[in-house]
Write a protein that binds this ligand. Structure first.
Ligand SMILES: Cc1cc2nc3c(=O)[nH]c(=O)nc-3n(C[C@H](O)[C@H](O)[C@H](O)COP(=O)(O)OP(=O)(O)OC[C@H]3O[C@@H](n4cnc5c(N)ncnc54)[C@H](O)[C@@H]3O)c2cc1C
Length: 263
């Protein structure tokens, strides 16, 4: 079985800042980490490999630092890590991102399952999994919260929708997007981490992607663009501590003064 995992590096979303000059994330403003949903995707791939045998290839498109994401996956039993890194890929929206990732997947060759996270904690669109399925012309198992069974040619799973839980089944090849509930990712051992640190990471540029139309990469291939970014002003909250036996009366007077007791 050949399983491909797509994994993205994201900034620490609590700390990250935007650069008003470039309308982009200021990468230096916060630490980076693997998208938490992608740890679940890797764990799902690990479990499939343990049951069925085979290999796991992990692909990430991003800056050089995204190598760390691939090493994280290799520490968790992935066999091969490919970083898609080229200035031509920069500024991509989800349309251009899926074009580049799909081109890389075609170069990697045949696969049974592609596992993605349901979404990222920064872009948060959830477009990439469905976009890849569409571009490769394979089935999509979205929002999977539980994998019921994997056999040599199909997966049965539970998918969460706004209408409730669905039991769904699809034949290989397919794309699966997993929710946080799909599993609890294991931690790699020290030995696995040390092995991953020394592992070879392949870096592919636009010229490694075979028969592609370069105008579909990056900013040039994006159907959307950011005109400007505004960070909403921080709202200052006024706090007042009321004490003493008269606190309740003071509170009523304050609410009345603020016009909150009318009507
Ligand atoms: C106009 C515009 C300009 C942008 N410019 C830039 C830019 O200059 N630099 C930049 O870094 N981002 C940029 N982005 C963001 C970029 O488009 C998204 O990061 C990317 O398309 C993934 O979208 P998402 O984060 O919503 O992923 P989702 O669709 O929410 O992710 C779902 C899953 O897809 C997989 N996945 C997503 N992205 C990747 C990836 N890169 N590699 C491997 N797997 C992945 C993961 O499994 C993930 O869990 C831009 C976005 C827009 C709209």
């Amino acid at each position: 079985m050949h399983i491909i995992v797509l994994a993205k590096q994201v900034p620490d979303i609590e700390r990250v800042k935007f650069s008003p000059d470039t309308n982009r994330v200021d990468r230096k403003s916060a630490d980076v980490e693997i998208n938490p949903f992608d740890l679940n995707a890797i764990e799902a791939a690990q479990q499939m490999k343990e049951k069925m045998g085979g290999t796991i290839t992990v692909i990430s498109m991003g800056p050089k630092s995204a190598e760390a994401v691939l090493r994280e996956a290799i520490a968790r039993d992935a066999d091969r890590g490919i970083l898609l890194h080229d200035d031509k890929f920069a500024g991509a929206d989800t349309l251009a991102t899926t074009y580049t990732l799909a081109a890389a997947i075609r170069q990697v060759g045949t696969f049974d399952v592609i596992v993605c996270g349901e979404k990222t904690v920064d872009g948060d669109t959830g477009h990439v999994g469905p976009g890849i399925a569409e571009r490769l012309g394979v089935s999509l198992l979205p929002f999977v919260s539980h994998i019921t069974e994997v056999t040599g040619d199909k997966i049965t799973a539970v998918a969460e929708t706004s209408a409730g839980s669905l039991n769904i089944e699809a034949s290989f090849p397919l794309v699966l997007t997993g929710t946080k509930e799909i599993n609890t990712p294991r931690l790699p051992t020290l030995k696995e981490k040390l092995r991953a640190r020394k592992a070879e990471i392949e870096t592919w540029s636009a010229t490694d992607l075979g028969d592609v139309d370069a105008s579909n990469f990056g900013r040039a291939g994006s159907a959307t663009w950011v005109e400007s970014i505004e960070v909403p002003p921080e709202k200052k909250r006024k706090g007042e501590i009321l004490t003493g036996e008269d606190a309740a009366n003071q509170l009523v007077a304050a609410l009345d003064k603020a016009g909150l007791l009318k009507g």
